[in-house]
Design a protein around this ligand. Structure first.
Ligand SMILES: [Zn+2]
Length: 232
């Protein structure tokens, strides 16, 4: 079982001073959307357990020590902290996505950072600021490979357009999950969703998603007026 600790940086709704766009939007709200999606997508893989270390309601800003203590005590295999950057706090044209690991050489954390950075870059579609090093608490005080993602700048006139796009934030979360899956070599769970083949208003067969539906459809081509596939 792979254990992933993940947290959205800060807290929402006014509990963290600063950490906002020049228009007053809270960083946690962006981070939260990414983390929620990352957890959803991580759960699509086999043998993964997820621990969320921030307050999912956004009502409190869980102290950093508490976050890293939780992850360490739980025995997390990796730690992921999700953030969005700010430069001056006033609008400017700086831009890009970057991922941090702790100062020094940390092969496993750097491997994870590289995989995740490459995936989230595609999701945000912003400039590649690359892999960076920093003496951040969550990177220093965790006992497992830890990375911190800065998805884009909240005070960038370029990046903010993407950060205000919920689909992009969801895709960023999916990208994190894909990076983690690649790092551990995780397999997707088999979905048990079913395809129903409906010919002229009547169900003729119901097949699992991975079954070959085309052979079935071919039997009715030419004779049927209407062929529909419903996913249930
Ligand atoms: Zn932050």
């Amino acid at each position: 079982m792979v254990k992933v600790a993940i947290g959205a940086g800060h807290g929402g709704f006014g509990v963290t001073p600063g950490k906002r766009t020049p228009d007053g939007e809270y960083e946690w709200n962006f981070n939260n959307k990414v983390v929620k999606s990352a957890i959803e997508h991580l759960n699509e893989y086999e043998n993964v357990e997820v621990l969320r270390v921030d307050d999912p309601s956004g009502k409190t800003d869980v102290p950093l020590q508490e976050r890293t203590d939780k992850a360490n005590a739980w025995g997390a295999d990796i730690y992921i902290s999700d953030h969005h950057n700010a430069n001056t706090g006033s609008w400017g044209d700086w831009t890009g996505t970057e991922t941090y690991t702790y100062e020094g050489n940390w092969n496993e954390a750097e491997k994870l950072a590289k995989l995740v950075q490459n995936k989230v870059l595609g999701a945000y579609g912003l400039a590649d600021r690359g892999l960076k090093k920093a003496n951040f608490h969550v990177l220093r005080e965790t006992t497992m490979p830890a990375i911190l993602i800065e998805g884009g700048f909240m005070d960038s006139t370029i990046d903010i357009k993407n950060l205000r796009n919920d689909q992009i934030l969801k895709n960023a979360g999916k990208a994190i999950a894909e990076g983690v899956a690649e790092y551990f070599g995780l397999k997707k769970k088999q979905t048990d969703s079913i395809h129903r083949l409906i010919v002229d208003g009547k169900q003729v067969i119901a097949l699992k998603e991975d079954a070959n539906l085309l052979n079935e459809i071919e039997k009715y081509l030419g004779s049927a007026k209407e062929i529909k596939i419903e996913r249930v």
